[in-house]
Ligand binder design. Sequence first.
Ligand SMILES: Cc1cc2nc3c(=O)[nH]c(=O)nc-3n(C[C@H](O)[C@H](O)[C@H](O)COP(=O)(O)OP(=O)(O)OC[C@H]3O[C@@H](n4cnc5c(N)ncnc54)[C@H](O)[C@@H]3O)c2cc1C
Length: 410
Amino acid sequence: MMPDRIVIVGAGQAGLQAAVSLREVGHSGPITLIGDEPGLPYQRPPLSKAFLLGKIPASGLDLRSPDFLAAQRIDLAGADPALVLDRAGKTVRLASGRELAYDHLVLATGARRRELAASGSNLPGIHYLRSRADAEALKARLGGAERAVVVGAGFIGLEFAAVAADLGFACTVVEAAPVLLGRAVSRATADHVRAMHEARGTRFLFGEGVARFEAGADGRVAKAVTSSGDALEADLVLVGVGVIANDGLAAESGLATDGGIVVDRRLRTSDPDISAIGDCAVAPHPQSERPLRIESVQNAIDQGRHLARVLAGADEAYAALPWFWSDQGGIKLQIAGLIHGHDRTVLRGDPQSGRFSVFCYRGTRLLGVESVNRPADHMAARRFVGTSLAPVFAEASDESLDLKRFLPAA
Ligand SMILES: Cc1cc2nc3c(=O)[nH]c(=O)nc-3n(C[C@H](O)[C@H](O)[C@H](O)COP(=O)(O)OP(=O)(O)OC[C@H]3O[C@@H](n4cnc5c(N)ncnc54)[C@H](O)[C@@H]3O)c2cc1C
């Protein structure tokens, strides 16, 4: 039987999706969505892209309108974080003192920015980019910026570097690893992305960290000193060194955590009355030998949908194919599947043309496909990666073979 009162902690992409999907599968009981940020649930991807460039206003980030939430009877308790989870009493206490009883609890608490420990990391002018408030604060500084330092050549740092180049200020990216996007993409794609950024004026320092920040006479950040002693002038610093799952509420109440909230294939935590979804959840996946915590819009949405079906009685394991995108300086990078651990690749298309895909195999198994400005390849890959229809290595190498032939019959 479907639980009656459903409380969702975390009013982000995953939490909102779970609420919407619960209504779609016919849940009629109360749904309360608890958030710790002001305003409506919003999408994060534009924060490092269109929003910073002034192409969309803050209101354009909202995922759903107040009228929609009211019509769906989704009760949004915003800016009132859940502080205490009492599993025995099946209640959640919020910062305001409000106590909510649940029949099923969904933890969709997302992740928070990882902060730098280097001395001077709290100086004005040093920014992070996770929330709408972070993006608004950063955007307000862009007008006067002349020299930026980015710490971390991950997706957020690189998207910011692309924005800096668009807006015409100099940018140096400091990265501890020897390559950019080290764990996330193949070497061929990493090299292409790097060349694009360098052609637009971005400078990279690989194998380097920031040892300390120094302030100028006005008290704002003026220099980032690297681990090898280079002093980089900077009037703006963006730190993008990853995130940490928000699993404190779960851990304090005794739920299993391991770099995130541990769930089973139906997205249940170690307490059957509590599930976890999105960036905060570590879940098994048929394409991975180890449970995974995936940070993507696709994962947040698909897990939200899946959980609603499970709560409505479906006995299905979560198995949606992971996919991801990143927009950087004219490059639309799209990834279908989990390419980590690939040992050989096939290139389709010519990187010189700016449009190509990299098919990533482990042995004979296609793990995933990265596409640079080849959206049709990406859409096809989303349908065949992880299935028996996927092209074998030799087939992928044959450019004359149309990828449509590997799609499932309509
Ligand atoms: C700048 C940026 C750009 C991105 N670009 C892309 C992209 O191009 N493509 C892509 O696929 N993904 C992208 N992502 C990742 C994507 O946005 C996330 O994977 C997605 O938002 C995860 O959704 P979520 O609901 O799990 O977590 P979140 O969106 O983090 O939402 C969780 C919410 O829960 C709140 N919360 C936490 N604890 C509590 C509590 N105790 N009580 C109440 N509320 C709480 C958090 O503050 C937050 O508001 C980007 C992320 C960022 C930050």
